[in-house]
Design a protein around this ligand. Structure first.
Ligand SMILES: Cc1cc2nc3c(=O)[nH]c(=O)nc-3n(C[C@H](O)[C@H](O)[C@H](O)COP(=O)(O)O)c2cc1C
Length: 389
């Protein structure tokens, strides 16, 4: 629904959901949207060998294949870690890399994670870059809005970490301003209250094709959920109960209901996505053997890869991990773990849909190989089960 302009006689500020032909509106018509969680950095969850690579070329092939298979979303994360902080040595920026993928894809939405407070990035930069990518991608580009949960990242930018809920207030001010810059038909001026920037006679043209780029928020906290209900189209939720599928299915319904109700109360509608890792082989026993092999190669305490996950973070989203009240997963990557034969995978996906999930952003242990397996063995069963049109 359109946000009313604050300026008398100003234009209604619209979002991609206000256009029935926007890439986002097309995507949400699927019973269960499919996304791919690209890794633009070295990820070493386990020493079990894979084809994975952080390179643009490897990920470009993956995203083209996902586009061909009818996936709706490609997404990648961004981290700002000191030397030695990444699993391996390389990490591409997802703003630039997903933006570049616009030129080599046709239908898939491309969601770049951006730390919107770092710098700070001026709203005119974000508005102009966003409008440009929107036109290159024909409305298929969007932002995963993150505000930075690790102290070490804020310190890298030359300040102390900003208090958790204040970050969302600052991001809310920023996105109100961006929405105006993308939608206003006159020059726009604004003096930042929470942010240290101002805009004087700001003007962005061309306007994004569908009101503004698609906005995504990845969060688990009340402040983040409130921000998402107000500003985002898709909410990247996490399992409040931890990674085991049974815990996820138990705890997700109330969590999802809360964010959807919050959005509805504001006259908006949000869709929820989650990122499972799918570990599948023809039989349950083979899938478990694959999961066992991944687990056996996991980094041991005292090694560099083990240490990378231990930076101080104030994020709520991953607190379900280690909650002794719930069955826990195997730490295979992904927020939740879907392990089993193709038929069992589809049953678990049906369970997620029943829990209120509108889309899955898939992780695979070995992206190129496991995506092909998914395409051949699981996707046809999803269609049969009515999860895909
Ligand atoms: C699926 C998913 C992807 C995420 N990707 C990133 C990322 O790329 N970079 C980052 O700094 N944080 C990322 N986050 C972490 C969120 O930014 C983090 O949860 C944030 O602090 C929100 O905190 P909250 O859950 O306390 O609201 C991601 C979280 C989720 C659930």
């Amino acid at each position: 629904m359109a946000v009313t302009a604050v300026r008398d006689g100003g234009p209604a500020l619209r979002t991609p959901s206000d256009f029935s032909d926007s890439p986002l509106s097309r995507a949400v018509r699927q019973p269960l949207m499919l996304g791919l969680f690209l890794n633009l950095q070295d990820i070493n969850f386990s020493s079990l060998p894979t084809s994975n690579s952080w390179t643009f070329d490897y990920n470009a092939e993956l995203v083209k294949r996902a586009d061909e298979l009818g996936f709706e979303i490609a997404f990648s994360r961004t981290q700002w870690l000191p030397k030695g902080g990444y699993d391996g040595d390389a990490s591409l920026d997802s703003f630039i890399a997903l933006g570049a993928m616009a030129a080599i894809t046709k239908n898939i939405l491309l969601i770049s994670t951006i730390h919107v407070l770092y710098g700070p990035l001026h709203p005119l930069h974000l508005a102009k870059y966003g409008a440009t990518l929107d036109h290159i991608a024909k409305g298929r580009w969007g932002i995963n809005i993150v505000t930075g949960h690790r102290a070490v990242e804020h310190e890298m930018f030359g300040w102390q970490r900003i208090e958790h809920d204040k970050r969302y207030d600052m991001a809310a001010e920023l996105f109100d301003v961006l929405h105006h810059l993308w939608g206003e038909t006159e020059n726009y001026s604004y003096q930042g209250r929470l942010n240290p920037w101002s805009v004087n006679n700001g003007w962005i043209t061309p306007k994004p094709l569908y009101g503004r780029p698609t906005l995504v928020t990845a969060t688990g906290s009340p402040a983040g959920m409130d921000f998402a209900a107000r500003h985002s189209d898709l909410v990247f939720v996490t399992s409040p109960g931890g990674a085991h599928i049974d815990s996820a299915l138990e705890t997700l319904p109330a969590h999802i209901r809360a964010v959807k109700d919050r959005a509805n109360a504001l006259g908006r509608d949000v869709k929820t996505i989650i990122n499972p890792i799918i570990v599948s082989r023809d039989t349950e026993a083979e899938a478990i053997a694959y999961a066992d092999a991944i687990e056996a190669g996991r980094p041991q305490p005292g090694t560099r890869a083990f240490a990378t996950n231990n930076y101080d973070s104030d994020a709520h989203a991953w607190r379900g991990r280690g909650d002794a009240r719930h069955k826990q997963g195997r730490n295979l990557g992904g927020n939740i773990e879907i392990i089993g034969s193709p038929e069992q995978v589809v049953e678990q996906l049906i369970g997620l849909k029943k829990a209120g999930i509108d889309g899955v952003q898939l992780n695979f242990y070995d992206f190129r190989e496991d995506l092909e397996y998914f395409a051949e063995r699981i996707l046809p069963l999803m269609k049969q089960a009515g999860l895909r049109l």
